[in-house]
Ligand binder design. Structure first.
Ligand SMILES: Cc1cc2nc3c(=O)[nH]c(=O)nc-3n(C[C@H](O)[C@H](O)[C@H](O)COP(=O)(O)OP(=O)(O)OC[C@H]3O[C@@H](n4cnc5c(N)ncnc54)[C@H](O)[C@@H]3O)c2cc1C
Length: 302
């Protein structure tokens, strides 16, 4: 959801625009390692009421050059009968399969001079020259450390005098077997968003449905029911679908600071964490920010 971001200025918008520009390049390069990796477009957001549709129309008229288009109610009804007020289409937003992406990144790493260490870092210590990392398997020394351990980041930097609290926000998702709807998803966007729930066609008769936003790290039961009923506006294809897989994950949300946390904390210590709900979307812009900092020596605190 890069181009449908509601704000048009500020760091959040700039990071999204940069990521959207970089993604096609990343995918082209990563396809050498995982040929089936792709950016599947488009994305359609259903308007919840007249006011929401008016906002969508205004956004579409400002961002026609980015591929945004307002879809009138009569046109969206065949795709999503519950849509009474219209929708917003973003032709260049969409979906990247995150499992294929991780496989591609791991394979790409093997072509680089990178040593992978499976143990977590237990302690990070400032030395007169550089940093010491302590893992269960031993210790190592480095000129520069990039802390990108999501929820585990605060515990690593707190003892060094940097307080950046991060809290968990749980998300649940389902894989559904659809018995009562399109099997080939022809005419469907890569992502359909209704009332904050994402619906993602995932092969014949399969639909991914997620994700909830639940503060804390314990999954409630009710969100699964809510997702299936979409506040009583679910079409038959969802009401009659069978869940065949269900999972949850924790997002890392910075406390009292905007996500993400991209900071040079002190010479040689970079924090790139707290990506909350957009760590996949913002991966290229985040990586570029780190790389630019390393190559320009900007890991000095600003
Ligand atoms: C249900 C759900 C749906 C989501 N949907 C989307 C979406 O549609 N689009 C999107 O952009 N984002 C989405 N996200 C968010 C996205 O997954 C995260 O923002 C992203 O994974 C954050 O990346 P990260 O590398 O910062 O953290 P993580 O992916 O959490 O990785 C942190 C890494 O640090 C390692 N680590 C932890 N502790 C230590 C330690 N002590 N030493 C060394 N390593 C350590 C972990 O093993 C892990 O590999 C979703 C998240 C959830 C839960």
């Amino acid at each position: 959801m890069g181009h449908v971001f509601r704000r048009s200025s500020g760091r959040g918008w700039r990071l999204r625009q940069r990521s959207m520009a970089l993604w096609p390049e990343w995918i082209a390069q990563l396809q050498r390692f995982e040929p089936s990796l792709s950016l599947d477009t488009s994305l359609v957001q259903i308007a919840e009421d007249h006011t929401a549709f008016e906002r969508m129309r205004s956004l579409a008229s400002d961002r026609g050059h980015l591929g945004l288009r307002a879809i009138p109610p009569a046109e969206i009804g065949t795709l999503w009968p519950a849509a009474q007020f219209g929708a917003l289409q973003s032709k260049k937003d969409g979906r990247i399969n995150p499992l294929l992406l991780q496989r591609a990144l791991r394979l790409a790493l093997t072509a680089c001079t990178v040593e992978l260490v499976p143990e977590p870092v237990e302690v990070l210590t400032r030395k007169s020259q550089g940093w010491q990392l302590n893992c269960s398997g031993g210790q190592s020394f480095h000129d520069v450390v990039v802390v990108c351990a999501a929820l585990a980041s605060p515990a690593l930097i707190e003892p060094l005098g940097h307080s950046r609290p991060i809290s968990p926000v749980l998300g649940q998702a389902l894989t559904l077997q659809v018995t009562d709807g399109p099997s080939n998803w022809r005419g469907w966007p890569a992502v359909l968003v209704d009332q904050g729930f994402n619906l993602i066609p995932d092969g014949p008769n399969r639909l991914l449905l997620g994700a909830t936003v639940e503060p804390g790290d314990i999954a409630g039961h009710s969100p699964l029911e809510l997702m299936r009923s979409l506040n009583d506006r679910a079409p038959a294809l969802l009401k009659n679908a069978e869940p065949i897989e269900q999972w949850s994950g924790l997002r890392a949300r910075p406390v009292d600071r905007p996500a993400p946390l991209l900071e040079a904390l002190e010479p040689g210590l970079i924090l790139a964490s707290g990506l909350y709900r957009n760590g996949v979307l913002l991966a290229p812009a985040t990586a570029e920010w780190i790389a630019n900092g390393l190559s320009s020596g900007a890991e000095q605190p600003q």
